[in-house]
Design a protein around this ligand. Structure first.
Ligand code: URA
Length: 196
């Protein structure tokens, strides 16, 4: 947390994450997966962890769930290249995609919270239950959390309107939930337009 706090711009934070040796996941991962899209974009999306494709390519959401995430926002006329800044709560792939331990999550989360402070998005979107629980520090499941705005309080005193929603990988397995996911996206679009 102290290392993260000392970083004053995103480039410094990225350098600090890449140099960080305090998370065991780094030893088994091929790459550090920091972010994709535009730093400073109005919407910041935080997912769970890099998978095999992300680990290989060094970017978040470039595997099977990536195209669905892109299509979800494309339906609102938004793109990764222009409107989104995308990261995960973990910067390194857990071996065999196992669920990250709470210790691994909390180590990376110190950087992710600072990442959100420095990126200053207008809105934060938490993709999936693991990211939502970790960032919001709750035991509540995604079924209850999704679709409801909450205000994330950051350590610098700032607050960001935050919407937890289903993870695209879940939607690929459970297409019937896309209807609820679409409602979340419409709420995100509406809020962004209100914010101007
Ligand atoms: N799932 C995630 O949560 N993040 C990625 O980057 C890829 C898949």
């Amino acid at each position: 947390r102290e290392i993260a706090r000392r970083c004053t711009i995103i480039a410094e934070l990225e350098e600090a994450v890449r140099a960080f040796e305090g998370c065991a996941l780094k030893r088994t991962a091929k790459n550090t997966v920091f972010a994709d899209g535009v730093a400073g974009a109005p919407i910041m999306v935080v997912g769970e962890a890099p998978g095999a494709d992300e680990d290989r390519l060094g970017k978040p959401f470039v595997g099977v769930s990536g195209p669905l995430l892109d299509r979800m926002f494309a339906a609102l006329g938004m793109s990764r290249e222009r409107d989104l800044y995308i990261t995960n709560i973990l910067f390194w792939r857990p071996p065999g995609n196992r669920t990250p331990t709470l210790a691994e999550q909390s180590i990376c989360l110190a950087f992710t919270r600072r990442h959100i402070e420095l990126a200053r998005p207008k809105l934060l979107v938490l993709a999936g239950g693991t990211a939502a629980k970790a960032v919001l520090d709750t035991t509540e499941g995604i079924m209850r959390l999704r679709g409801k705005w909450t205000s994330l309080k950051l350590d610098d005193g700032s607050e960001v309107p935050t919407m937890p929603t289903f993870h695209p990988a879940y939607l690929l397995r459970t297409p019937a939930s896309k209807r609820q996911s679409w409602l979340d996206l419409l709420a995100i679009d509406k809020r962004l337009k209100e914010l101007g």
